[in-house]
Design a protein around this ligand. Structure first.
Ligand SMILES: [Ca+2]
Ligand SMILES: [Ca+2]
Length: 148
């Protein structure tokens, strides 16, 4: 969290969250006191909630532009360092229907990812930084859709 806490006040405010779209995407669930900022304690509580969740989740991922599927886009999902330093990245290329099953470099268990927060990079994206949370109770469920 210190990576994103630019003014070092122990909280991530709306401006700081812009630099971490993964946390920003889950703000509704994380921001317990609804003050628009995420405190270290609120983030800690989220990780405590993970204890009772699945370790890995099968996700379906799709890339669209103007609601149309985007083929041949490379999607790379990189775990945020704060969820664990030893986690690997997942990537894949979208098919004609815009869907992709991302996999680690060794190809094991495509489409099945550890829960947590991810940076998402998509080739051809113009929308700026993207990110997401993967969790049993994430608001988008296990279906992720990214717009370019
Ligand atoms: Ca701050
Ligand atoms: Ca808060």
């Amino acid at each position: 969290m210190t990576t994103y806490d630019a003014n070092k006040d122990g909280e991530l405010d709306a401006q700081e969250l812009e630099t971490c779209p993964a946390l920003a995407s889950a703000k509704k669930q994380l921001d317990i006191n609804q003050d628009g900022a995420l405190s270290a304690d609120e983030i800690k509580k989220r990780f405590e909630a993970y204890e009772s969740q699945s370790d890995y989740i099968a996700i379906s991922l799709r890339v669209v532009r103007n609601e149309q599927p985007v083929a041949n886009a490379t999607v790379t999902m990189t775990p945020e360092a704060f969820i664990g330093a030893d986690l690997q990245s997942y990537s894949g290329t979208t098919s004609d229907d815009g869907s992709v099953s991302v996999a680690p470099a060794n190809g094991a268990m495509p489409g099945i990812l550890p829960i947590g927060f991810y940076q998402v990079e998509i080739s051809g994206a113009t929308a700026g930084k993207q990110g997401c949370e993967i969790a049993d109770d994430a608001q988008h469920g296990n279906r992720l859709e990214f717009s370019l």
